[in-house]
Design a protein around this ligand. Structure first.
Ligand code: GLN
Length: 483
């Protein structure tokens, strides 16, 4: 049963091949048996899952239908879940049980999903390797010595290892698409404002966006359908109707104009990844797509701009963790200043502290104009590049990552080396555009992803292209050895 996709599960539940409870029990057993090798879960919520599965079975017996009714999923551990630990991968929130459900969690639960647990992640979603978690590194099921990507590395590893069919993730600079690429999944970062951020613990509020991670585009469509939509509780949520994403999957790609940015194929890209990306382009051409070379001239400024803006927003967002209101508090503080200092010093890990320092510096009087304001201007230039490019093409295609999944620990000595891995993904966050990564092959047994970007609110177009590609390729169906 663990090989089934969400779409196959929906059919199996509808024709009563199995019940949601049977499926849930089987997957929970698999998680307990196999996850010790991967460390992809921070919390496994057995009791909640069984109760939700029984409720889904009862709703179905009463005549209710729905693709997500009884669908097993997990949430990245930064989506608040009522009365369940929501740690954000941090010692700071190790004992924090959320007093409410995030909108995404509540919407998916109302649609009938079954929450198997909360997945491991980089601390406060800062990272590209899932090595900065307080709960330890996550292993890549394709090779246990390698990272699964991050920050949604737990969701990625769990879905790739067939512990469950789909999970939520969040993407501030690539954290859905990059781990999807490194574990051979399909992952979608929606348009900024498409999915509510209410109850999603903030890293960089102007960049963060939740989205689905699954093995197929078809499953991403199902999960996104349950996540997307206007939320009056999130002031940046956009009041646009949500299309039927599953209905968009089958459009023809005849005449689809695909732009290949020349900056995406320059120095720094592993040539073996470049070859697989070109092979995916050939497949799409066979399906009728027309290829054009384009240019995104300001792309080279994206990493420096992002690594000013994201830490600046993080330093502000994380000021609420003061040892008084949330989570960790140091022992026997001498006075209030000591309480703040030691609670934050002991509760946050080193990468989070580094970002808070960088962000505080960039926002301080005298430096604000030189760094933060400048970065915001670059952000606008990057957006303008995309707007110009989308006048001539329908989607933009390139590699998701410049390199394969690296060995655990290999980049620990040099944080900037890890920052450079985000080169192809962060531009979509800076511009607020939707982006998708899909499996496109393997090099030395490690997965490679291809990224597609589209204009605002064209998630359906991305899912359509990926689904059509997945009708003529089988990369997304391959399972790692031992799983
Ligand atoms: N790797 C990027 C960072 O560390 C992106 C993380 C994310 O998207 N949450 O900031």
């Amino acid at each position: 049963m663990h090989q089934l996709t969400l779409a196959e599960i929906a059919r199996g539940l509808a024709d009563k091949s199995f019940s949601a409870e049977e499926l849930t029990r089987a997957l929970l057993q698999r998680i307990h048996q196999l996850d010790p090798q991967l460390n992809s879960f921070i919390s496994v919520t057995d009791d909640l899952a069984i109760a939700q599965a029984q409720a889904a079975d009862a709703r179905r017996a009463a005549g209710e239908t729905g693709a997500l009714l009884g669908a097993p999923i997990a949430h990245k551990d930064l989506f608040c879940t009522l009365d369940v630990r929501t740690s954000c991968g941090s010692k700071m929130l190790d004992s924090f049980k959320a007093p409410y459900d995030a909108t995404v969690v509540a919407r998916l639960a109302a649609a009938g999903t079954v929450t198997l647990g909360k997945t491991n992640m980089d601390e406060f979603a800062m990272g590209s390797a899932n090595e900065s978690s307080h709960y330890g590194a996550v292993k890549n099921p394709w090779n246990l010595e390698h990272v699964p990507g991050g920050s949604s590395g737990g969701s990625a590893a769990a879905v790739a290892a067939r512990l469950l069919p789909a999970a939520t993730g969040t993407d501030t600079g690539g954290s859905i698409r990059q781990p999807a690429a490194l574990t051979s999944l399909t992952g979608l970062k929606p348009t900024y404002g498409r999915v509510s951020r209410w109850g999603m613990i903030a890293y960089a509020s102007s960049l963060d966006q939740g989205g689905p991670m699954a093995r197929t585009a078809e499953d991403c469509a199902l999960l996104l359908q349950g996540m997307a939509g206007f939320d009056p509780k999130d002031s940046t949520s956009i009041d646009e109707p949500v299309p039927d994403y599953s209905a968009s999957l089958n459009g023809s790609l005849q005449g689809l104009r695909i732009g290949l940015p020349k900056e995406y194929f320059g120095a720094g890209l592993d040539p073996r990844i470049a070859d697989l990306v070109q092979a995916s382009v050939k497949e799409l051409e066979k399906l009728g797509a027309v290829i054009k070379e384009i240019s995104l001239p300001n792309m080279q400024h994206a990493i420096p701009a992002y690594y000013v803006i994201a830490p600046a927003e993080a330093s502000s967002n994380l000021s609420r963790f003061d040892g008084v209101r949330f989570g960790y508090r140091c022992e026997n503080p001498k006075d209030l200043t000591d309480l703040y200092k030691r609670s934050r010093g002991e509760g946050f890990g080193s990468e989070v502290q580094r970002r808070i320092m960088v962000g505080t510096y960039a926002l301080s009087a005298g430096y604000y104009d030189a760094y933060y304001l400048k970065a915001q201007k670059i952000r606008r230039l990057i957006k303008n590049d995309f707007m110009a490019a989308f006048e001539g093409v329908d989607v933009i295609l390139g590699p998701t990552t410049p390199n394969l999944a690296w060995k655990i620990g290999a980049k620990n000595a040099d944080p900037v080396a890890a920052y450079l891995e985000d080169v192809y993904t962060i531009t979509a966050n800076l511009a607020g555009l939707p982006g998708l990564s899909m499996p496109a092959g393997f090099v030395d047994g490690l997965p490679v992803g291809v990224q597609l970007l589209a204009p605002y609110f064209q998630e359906g177009r991305l899912l359509n292209v990926a689904h059509q590609y997945q009708q003529v390729t089988d990369w997304h169906t391959r399972a790692p050895n031992g799983f």
